[in-house]
Every structure is written in C-alpha cells, then in structure tokens.
Design a protein around this ligand. Structure first.
Ligand code: NCD
Length: 311
C-alpha cells in the first residue's frame, strides 16, 4: 500500500487515483479473509478510533466500530451528540480537536457539506468522512465499488450503471459517480425532475466526456442496466413537507420490475430503505444490498489500517 496515506484524512473520492482504489480493493479482500478465517487480529491493538456522528447512522457507525474492534483497536462512540458538549453549543472544530487528543483517528458524520474538510484542517489526526450533508460519502462508494467488482471483476469499463431516486441529496450517489467515472462506465440518472443530479456534477461529467443520460422513468433503462443503484428520498433534507410528499414514493422495485431486469445484474441500495425496494426481492441473487452492508466492515478495516500506517 502506498505509504503516502499514513496520517492522511479521507474527505472525498477526488483524492484517490485508480492505483489507490486498486490497492484498497486488494486490502479489503485481505481484511475479508482475516474476518472469515480468524474473526479478529491485533493489527491496530492499542489504537483508538473516535466515532463522531452528528446525524443518525446504523450501518456506517456500527461497521466503523466493528472494523476497529476486529483489528484489535477500541472505539470512543459519540453517536448521540446530544449527550456530548455539542448540545452546549461547542463548535465542530473544538469537538474534533478534543477528540484528536484522545484518539488516533476520527470517523465524522455531519450535516454540513465541507465539514469533513474543515475538521481535517483543524486537527492533526486523520479524519474519515462518514458523510458530510449532501456532499460526499467516500467510504460508502468504496464498499459499493468492492461489491461491483465482486460481481463483475476488475474490468468494469462499458457497464451501464443506473442511479435511481434522490440524486440531488444522495451523498452516496455523488461519491460513487465520481469513483465510477474513472472506470469508463455509462450512467443513466433516473429521478423526479426536482431531485436530479446537481448541475455542477453533470457539468463535470460532460467536461470529461462521460456518457450519461437523464430520465424520469426507470422503464426507459431497466432492461439495459448492469447495476441499478436505488436511493431513499432524503426526507431530512427537505424544508417543505409538501415537496417531500410529492416525490417520496416515486419509485418502487418489485418482483415484476426484476422480471424485466437483466439476468446478470446488481440491484444495490446504501440503506436504509423506506419503500423503494420490496422485501420480496431480498432473496433474489441479484439483490446486492446485504453484501454491500457486509463489505462495509471490510472496506473500513482497510481504510483504518491504511491511514494508521499498519499495512
Ligand atoms: C446513506 C447515508 O447516510 O448517506 N446511508 C449509509 O450511510 N449507508 C444513505 C441514506 O441515508 O439514505
């Protein structure tokens, strides 16, 4: 692994080269083997992760904790910031600087775009962005990519990837689009008009001559998709309840939908799902969300070992 990652923060997918991503995929596979064969190891024994979450989380927070503990480290869990001094009005910078004096690395989820970059600039320990508002979610994109590579192998150039749902607020979509852009996939963006991918991202894709098309109906692209990446409409990002109500049930993947999809394809979702995917599909071999959830722990083990200089 490239040693330049030691002590570095992970804020955006923009920081990674294809070589970095290849190394992370290899390391993730090694971490998977450790867990499958032995359960745990001592790689990060004595190291402490602070898990600082200003927004709700099930998978990201608990997989960071499990990752650290599987590598022999320990965790300061601040998953309910209302019980910390944040509720007294402490600034993000002061909270992060404090935790950096007690820990070796901080996983941060915060409601503001750019918060991970601000935290990284304010402290000397690595910050891992676990979601910054509607900005990015780079560790999710890496676990999504690992899941895609497990299915299709490393040569994914030419795949058709359909992003469905709330593409405006979906930070997992933003990071995954950036990542997959490096690999020459073709995108379909399917959303209600009001939840389309942000214009600056469309401009960037056009500037890089990435092939993409936009739609409001999944039917337009269902049969040609190798990956369908479904997202929840992000209720908490709306200021207007009526605007949310108008789009909240725009799409639902049912067994009937899957009957028109390719035989070899992946149905993905970062979770939580509300009602975008019918649970009747959960045992369909194309449903990849349980693998995504499992892979999240392996990817985060790899990233923690990488920034803490143990690989
Ligand atoms: C996502 C998130 O928090 O951005 N969840 C996750 O981390 N797996 C998606 C969402 O909240 O809809």
């Amino acid at each position: 692994m490239n040693s330049s990652w030691i002590g570095k923060s992970i804020v955006s997918i923009d920081q990674f080269t294809m070589d970095d991503i290849g190394d992370i995929m290899d390391l993730t596979e090694n971490m998977r083997n450790i867990v499958v064969r032995r359960g745990t190891c001592d790689l990060l024994k004595g190291q402490i992760l602070a898990n600082l979450f200003y927004e709700p989380s099930t998978r990201t927070a608990s997989s960071f904790m499990a990752a650290m503990q599987r590598l022999g480290g320990t965790v300061i869990p601040i998953n309910e910031v209302q019980y910390s001094s944040v509720s007294k009005g402490e600034t993000l910078v002061d909270t992060v600087r404090t935790l950096s004096l007690y820990s070796d690395c901080i996983a941060l989820r915060h409601h503001n775009v750019g918060s991970a970059a601000i935290a990284a600039a304010a402290c000397s320990k690595p910050i891992i962005n676990a979601g910054d508002g509607i900005g990015e979610h780079p560790t999710q994109a890496l676990l999504d990519f690992f899941t895609i590579v497990q299915k299709f192998g490393h040569n994914i150039s030419g795949l058709t990837v359909t992003m469905l749902g709330d593409l405006l607020h979906g930070r997992t979509v933003h990071s995954l689009v950036k990542l997959l852009t490096m690999y020459g996939v073709k995108f379909n963006f399917v959303s209600p008009a009001s939840l389309a991918l942000p214009q600056h991202m469309c401009d960037e894709l056009s500037g890089r001559r990435v092939k993409y098309s936009t739609h409001t109906s999944l039917d337009d692209v269902l049969r040609q998709s190798d990956v369908i990446y479904v997202t929840r409409v992000q209720k908490e990002r709306f200021t207007d309840e009526a605007a949310y109500e108008a789009v909240k049930d725009s799409y639902c993947i049912t067994p009937k939908t899957m009957s028109f999809a390719k035989h070899k394809m992946l149905l993905m979702h970062p979770f939580p799902r509300i009602n975008e995917i019918s649970p009747e599909i959960d045992d369909d071999p194309r449903a990849a969300y349980w693998s995504q959830i499992e892979n999240g722990m392996y990817v985060r083990m790899a990233l923690l070992a990488m920034v803490l200089g143990k690989v």
